[in-house]
Design a protein around this ligand. Structure first.
Ligand code: MSK
Length: 654
């Protein structure tokens, strides 16, 4: 065998299946045959650095980088004396700070938009959910008495900004949304976040060389910083988005690359923030814009999304997602995307060189993010709708440049739009919205527990495989699944977000879902909307009968295919809130035994939650189901009640 043949065969042996999604496989095949570089091909060419991958490298100063490898690596230190424990803990703190900064900066921008709306300086926006504005005001300790909507919106926005700046007091306002026992624990352990910016800055300070060198103390700061996101920045992002753009309610849609259309102008919004995409939705529905598209020979304008911008406009408008994180390049390779409009986060730099091989116009819009070669149209709230229309027109003008297309046929039907408010309404009804029926059915064993399956795709593992396997196996075991982010897109593509999937659920879960009229897998929104899951867990505790804290609940969270710092921040705030959290892919601090121990058994003892890593999906399933049974046992509800066929009276009772 020649060298290149040998290399090729080695590559094949090492490579895993790229995806379980037929649409993705079809496009990857087209890309490979055309010699196009994609994330799926580059991942084979780029081996992860084995030293950095397991947390044994520190590159924080110019004395290094230092690597703790070889014989007795555990006893070695960096030039400054830092141990493996310090390496790993600093990695976690910095990753969490990066993730929190991303989510929370998103939240801050929503608060600024709300402020601009209150003063009449944001073209095209309005307060879509004034009732929620009132509820958020109360949570922020703002009186609603005698105030009109704009005045209240202004006060809410300013108080939200105080939470970011750290000028709202000694504690973030939303901390009090957690169960009381949890709040007391956080106060006792000094884990209550004081301000989003303050915690991020302190994290960066503490991890500078020569400052905090105690792994446990550093990891406490990772937890406090993450809580500033989960019960602060991200929670504000969710709530204020609901206030501005409407609180989601269930709606139906389609997903996957098959939503792209051959005879319409295809515009994809990609990234995370709903502010511009809301206006793009409005622009694409404007009769004048539709007429303009027709004048250029298209039948209309077809808007679709990728990543979490997709989730934002799916949840509120039913705009179809074209796919998750690993679909962004594949969408361009269909040759049918006339404009891809990106804002912030999860946008691959490789998009522009790829777009240049097709006719796609890549348009960056955030003042925070430019991509060399892309067209930059900066978004400004005061001219939001005009800017959105200009962007859509650019896509329409580009339609004539479209060449041959290859759009896969696959689409998946889905139901999305489950806000925590809607879940409580769905369970209890309009006049007695409540989580009581859910608690009762967990107590009586029809539902064994609940698991959040969230997070990204990562080309180091087969796309969607872990997510889909775990969703299917958990509902079979009578475990309710809630989802956000790209994991929810995965389920949507594979048809798991439709009520029909009840047929795959265990008998108990199926009975409850049929009676209530809800699917066994609920899509709760984008990455920042993991805060909705925190609120749901708090509401369940508050409802009573399942312990006094989140850590008492038969619940867990899994992030099977994570790739970024935001996921680590979410996992950390879930663990610090008392949840058992399992990540797939790999443990980024595997060599730092002290840190691995602290985040598992150490955090279990300290905060009743854990953050652990396990790449084997079958093991994850076992770990999570065991945890749920342990919690049921601790609550004294482990005995499964005898199942009787439900008559109408029993259904009414649910
Ligand atoms: S977009 S952070 S790949 S979920 Fe929120 Fe998807 Fe993960 Fe980005």
């Amino acid at each position: 065998m020649s060298n290149s043949q040998e290399k090729e065969s080695r590559k094949k042996k090492e490579s895993i299946p790229k995806s379980i999604d037929p649409a993705a496989l079809e496009m990857i095949d087209i890309a490979d045959k055309a010699g196009l570089s994609t994330v799926f091909s580059r991942v084979d060419e780029m081996k992860p650095c084995p030293i950095g991958a397991a947390g044994s490298c520190c590159a924080l100063c110019a004395m290094g980088p230092c690597r703790l490898v070889g014989k007795n690596a555990e006893e070695k230190t960096g030039i400054c004396g830092a141990t493996h424990g310090t390496f790993g803990a600093r990695y976690m703190v910095r990753s969490v700070a990066g993730g929190v900064a991303a989510h929370s900066d998103h939240g801050r921008d929503i608060a600024r938009t709300l402020l601009a709306v209150s003063t009449g300086d944001a073209e095209g926006y309005s307060i879509k959910d004034p009732e929620k504005l009132g509820r958020v005001a109360e949570m922020l300790d703002i009186s609603t008495e005698g105030k009109d909507t704009n005045q209240l919106a202004g006060e809410v926005a300013r108080k939200a900004l105080d939470n970011f700046n750290g000028t709202a007091g000694d504690e973030l306002n939303f901390v009090k949304r957690a169960p009381e026992k949890r709040q007391e624990l956080w106060r006792k352990l000094n884990l209550v976040p004081r301000g989003v910016d303050r915690e991020v800055v302190e994290s960066m300070h503490r991890t500078h060389v020569g400052v905090d060198q105690d792994a446990e103390h550093l990891l406490d700061q990772a937890m406090r910083t993450s809580l500033a996101d989960g019960w602060g920045g991200a929670m504000l992002a969710t709530d204020l988005s609901d206030v501005l753009f409407g609180t989601p309610k269930p709606l139906v849609a389609e997903s996957n690359l098959g939503v792209l259309k051959d005879d319409e102008v295809n515009i994809i919004v990609h990234g995370h923030e709903p502010t511009l995409s809301e206006m793009i939705v409005a622009a694409t529905q404007d009769p004048e814009i539709i007429e303009y598209a027709r004048s250029k020979g298209a039948k209309g304008v077809n808007l679709a999304g990728i990543c979490c911008t997709a989730n934002e406009i799916l949840m509120r408008h039913g705009i179809p997602p074209a796919g998750n994180f690993l679909h962004q390049e594949l969408a361009i390779i269909t040759g049918s995307v006339d404009a891809m409009v990106v804002d912030v986060q999860c946008v691959l730099q490789a998009l522009q060189p790829l777009a240049e091989k097709f006719h796609t116009k890549l348009i960056t819009t955030s003042p925070k993010a430019k991509i060399p070669g892309a067209t930059h149209v900066e978004f400004k709230e005061e001219r939001a709708l005009d800017i959105a229309k200009d962007i859509v027109r650019m896509g329409i003008d580009n339609y004539a440049n479209r060449g041959e297309t290859s759009i896969p046929e696959q689409t998946g039907d889905l139901v999305a739009g489950f806000s925590h408010e809607y879940i409580s309404y769905m369970l209890g009804g309009r006049y007695r919205a409540s989580f009581r029926p859910l608690n009762d059915n967990i107590i009586n064993g029809r539902i064994q527990g609940a698991v959040a399956i969230v997070g990204c795709n990562n080309p180091r593992v087969t796309q969607d495989e872990g997510i889909i396997y775990l969703v299917r196996e958990l509902i079979k075991r009578d475990i309710l699944v809630v989802q956000t982010g790209c994991a929810a897109h995965a389920s949507a593509k594979h048809g798991l977000l439709q009520p029909e999937i009840m047929a795959e659920a265990g008998a108990g879960l199926r009975e409850v879902c049929e009676a209530v009229g809800m699917p066994p897998v609920l899509h709760l929104g984008s990455c920042v909307d993991n805060s909705r899951i925190m609120t749901v867990l708090s509401n369940i505790v508050e409802e009573g009968g399942l312990g006094e804290d989140i850590s008492d609940l038969p619940a867990a969270a899994i992030c099977p295919e994570y790739y970024c710092e935001k996921a680590l921040a979410i996992g950390t705030y879930a663990a610090a809130s008392g949840a058992y959290v399992v990540f797939g892919v790999r443990n980024p601090v595997e060599d730092c035994k002290e840190v691995v121990e602290l985040m598992s058994n150490g955090w279990e003892e300290k905060v009743g939650g854990q953050l652990v890593f396990e790449p084997d999906y079958e093991k994850i399933l076992e770990m999570v189901t065991n945890r749920i049974q342990e919690k049921r046992e601790a609550l004294g509800i482990q005995e499964e009640k005898e199942r009787v066929l439900m008559d109408m009276a029993a259904r009414r009772e649910i």
